[in-house]
Design a protein around this ligand. Structure first.
Ligand code: PLP
Length: 449
């Protein structure tokens, strides 16, 4: 009997479809269970482990910090890792975004963005502005504030009385549209939905628009046409509305630029939320980075009413700093671009073999493919097939981890994120494709496709 089967009943109640093997250790792009089985981490966990597992330089930096201090409350001490990480973060931001607030994760980062935006509006005498428009589908986090922006009804509906559902516009799922418009025209059409919604809500009541510059799990690496974000920026400028980029998944190089939004330099954000790849799983860490033009009025009118016990934790920041250093030393942002192009080409090629692979998309190593019943109409697979579960299980059985979602309701289908750590090489891409092809064969057989 395997050690995993001997695992005693647990007091944990995480929502997982089934018990998984017990994790032992990680190394590079692989995770090992206690029986010594190696799993290729083809989704970097949940798009987190961007620099791979057990990077020795990061571990050493953390050890050095641990020997000194793992905690010093921010009201009692400044700490050097936090100061240095703030400097390094700002160097990688668009001009003017040079005020950093550290948190412990993505949801906290999004909460901070909303609260800073609101306090800015109060500080400049715009107290009527409070609505934060977001998109459907989208994912911005699990805390009640971030959930109010998240466009996934199943996640938010039960909490509706406890939170205020914020206005949503459709995500630009232009690849599903059956019309004669060019992609550029579709990009503008979706962006203009923001303008319509602002007018409907009353422009003086709208505080901000929050968007994942390249879609994450909710839309499966959705990339809008190049006209989309620049037009969004114009609309925000027209009405004095703040533009927040949720870069929790796209940040720290995953899309082949440091920020996902850097692909559209003429559409710079006012505030950015970072987490996941920012400390790449070595420590819980996130950040809000804001334009100084927003922060200064807030600080001058009594300060930012926000504080987390672990904000700017020295150990977390030492980990984040070492991760940024490794990203530079190993040139991982460029590598994400190069390896992403190779992997995307290999995923595209799946279309020749499998008529039910409908769309392949993404930027850098934030990549996804979507399964459909009919590639011409992009009709989804029947829900009873549960492709988003079954294909992941076929892959898991072959020791390949991929990440899936179904975001139907007429919007997008069963999609699968293939987002390995940015250190991946070509031989390892071959290994992903071998396992994935075998998994798709098995899935197709069982599903009768
Ligand atoms: N924002 C985006 C775009 C995300 O993908 C996530 C997590 O998946 C979050 C926010 C929430 O981050 P966390 O789970 O660290 O709270």
């Amino acid at each position: 009997m395997t050690a995993t089967a001997l695992r005693p009943p647990s007091h944990l109640f995480y929502q997982t479809r089934q018990r998984r093997p017990m994790l032992d250790r990680g190394e590079g792009i692989y995770l090992y269970d206690v029986d010594g089985n190696a799993y290729l981490d083809g989704s970097s966990g949940a798009m987190v482990a961007n620099i791979g597992h057990s990077n020795p330089n990061v571990l050493n930096a953390m050890r050095r910090q641990m020997e000194k201090a793992t905690f010093g409350y921010r009201l009692h001490f400044e700490n050097e890792p936090a100061e240095r990480l703030a400097d390094e973060t700002v160097k990688r931001m668009p001009p003017g975004l040079d005020r950093v607030f550290f948190v412990s994760g993505g949801s906290e980062a999004v909460e901070s963005c909303i609260k800073l935006a609101r306090q800015y509006a109060l500080a400049v005498g715009q107290s009527e502005r409070w609505k934060v428009i977001s998109r459907f589908p989208s994912y911005h986090g699990s805390t009640l504030g971030a959930l109010s922006l998240t466009g996934m009804a199943t996640m938010s509906a039960p909490f509706a009385p406890m939170m205020r559902e914020m206005p949503k516009i459709p995500a630009p799922t232009w690849y599903l549209d059956q019309d004669d418009l060019t992609p550029e025209e579709r990009g503008l059409r979706y962006a203009n939905m923001l303008r319509d919604r602002i007018l409907q809500e009353g422009p003086q009541t709208v505080l901000a628009f929050i968007v994942e510059p390249v879609g994450g799990a909710s839309t499966g690496a959705l990339v809008a046409p190049d006209t989309y974000l620049p037009r969004i920026r114009e609309i925000c400028n027209e009405f004095g509305i703040l533009l927040i980029y949720d870069e929790v998944m796209t940040g720290a190089g995953r899309t082949g630029k440091f920020l996902g939004g850097d692909h559209w330099p003429d559409a710079p954000p006012d505030i950015v939320a970072l987490s996941k790849g920012f400390a790449a799983g070595y420590s819980p860490l996130g950040a809000m980075v804001a334009h100084r033009r927003l922060v200064e009025p807030v600080l001058n009118s009594g300060g930012f009413i926000h504080g987390y016990t672990y904000a700017g934790n020295p150990l977390a920041c030492a980990a984040g700093l070492a991760v940024l250093e490794e990203i530079d030393r190993l040139q991982l942002v460029d590598r994400a671009d190069r390896m992403g192009a190779i992997l995307k080409g290999r995923l595209e090629a799946l279309k020749q073999r499998y008529p039910f692979v409908g769309d392949v998309r993404g930027k850098g190593l934030l990549l996804a493919f979507e399964l459909v019943a009919d590639r011409d109409t992009m009709a989804p697979l029947p829900t009873e097939l549960n492709a988003y579960i079954d294909l992941v299980e076929e892959a898991y059985a072959r020791k390949l981890i991929i990440y899936s979602r179904r975001t139907r309701g007429g919007i997008a289908g069963d999609h699968f994120l293939v987002c390995p750590p940015m250190i991946i090489n070509e031989a390892q891409i071959d290994e992903i494709m071998e396992k994935l092809t075998a998994s798709l064969d098995a899935f197709a057989d069982k599903a009768g496709l």
